[in-house]
Design a protein around this ligand. Sequence first.
Ligand SMILES: NC(=O)c1ccc[n+]([C@@H]2O[C@H](COP(=O)([O-])OP(=O)(O)OC[C@H]3O[C@@H](n4cnc5c(N)ncnc54)[C@H](O)[C@@H]3O)[C@@H](O)[C@H]2O)c1
Length: 400
Amino acid sequence: MSDRIKLAMIGCGGMAGAHLTGYEKLLELGYDKFQIEAVCDTNAKNARAFADRLENSTGHRPEVFDTVKGLLKGGKIDAADIGTPHAFHHTTAIPCLRKGIPVMIEKPGGITIKAGKKIMAAAEKSGAIVAIAEQIRRCKGARVMEWVINKAKMIGKPCFFSMEVLGDQEFNWKSYAMAWRGLKLLGGGGMMYDAGVHFADMMLHVFGPVAEVQADMRTFYTPMLNGPAGLGKQRLDVEDTWLATLRFESGLVGHWSFSREAYGYKVRTGVYYGTKGSLRDRQEWMHAFQFGADLRGKDGKEIKYEKLEKQYLKQLSKRKADRLFPYGLDDGISNECWDFIEAIDKQRQPEVEGVAALKAKALCYAFYESNLAGKPISPADVESGKVSAYQRPINQYWKI
Ligand SMILES: NC(=O)c1ccc[n+]([C@@H]2O[C@H](COP(=O)([O-])OP(=O)(O)OC[C@H]3O[C@@H](n4cnc5c(N)ncnc54)[C@H](O)[C@@H]3O)[C@@H](O)[C@H]2O)c1
């Protein structure tokens, strides 16, 4: 028991609840390299609810803290899992890293490129690892499709794709979780920087680097929000709609559009075309390939995802399967929780680390920068900091 990695959860909201389920699953399966010893949330009610839940599910009640400062002073912890709003990724991660405490940060892993780089600099200085809770590429469907495209090359050379999610969506803007998502200073941007970062990570992971992007972004609905963290009453100021083009270094070109303010007809489609056929995403959402895709060849024959999955699993060695699907778990969230603990235990890098997150963030921010500049932007220029006009007010406000 005493050798277990003592884990703290910082930010006890919606997504952290999903992480908690992942950790509970691992404990139930007998994976006992860790124990959750502390929970921390500026809203103490949320932290107490996590402590109650853990006491119920594991019989062990973690200590409750309402600041990271208090946690680092009073809690005896070896690692931290961070699930705060984007503006507080760096303010919670850096103090931990400075003490040599490894962290897993929810995507996107910092509100701006600069914030992400500061997190990585703190990690480099202390030697503590930074894992990013990017679960989509670890889901079984995504692992299968990456193999179908890049190893089995079943659609030939990828040529172009179209991913469109257009419809009207109601959100509860009065809730804390939506209020921070509606304000650039807290979320960094709208859905492009939120769920969109999953899509960006998958596109880079599957298709490689993007040379340049071009985007038009619009905001059609601007309700008054009650901004958390002292921001007070403000109008929503992030995009609700975009139409964008991605030009990959490989020559692949993609069209990506989204709107939650598109009334009447709804469009949801995600189709990826290659020289030998195409793949239609089962979900048609920004979690690309999470639930796999069906394949249709040039000859018109369809291969359902289930068959593709069988072929993928057949060629997988037991050793690789145990690493990619520990305990047979094929959901990305319990997988990332396991990977974080294993990375600490074995002193290795996690599957998704800070650099990968920085590239996904740079791709997303390239769309915002392109919209602002009115011209194509290279994600590499965003990653290097050469282009940062959109992010500047965020960096200035939070003194990043
Ligand atoms: N991977 C996914 O599919 C997925 C889905 C949803 C959210 N997320 C990510 O999870 C993170 C949190 O999103 P959410 O939807 O859970 O938000 P949320 O608003 O539900 O929860 C955030 C929690 O953090 C707490 N908090 C705020 N500032 C804090 C601080 N300084 N210290 C400690 N606690 C603090 C809040 O009180 C709240 O309980 C974001 O990075 C978001 O992008 C990921």
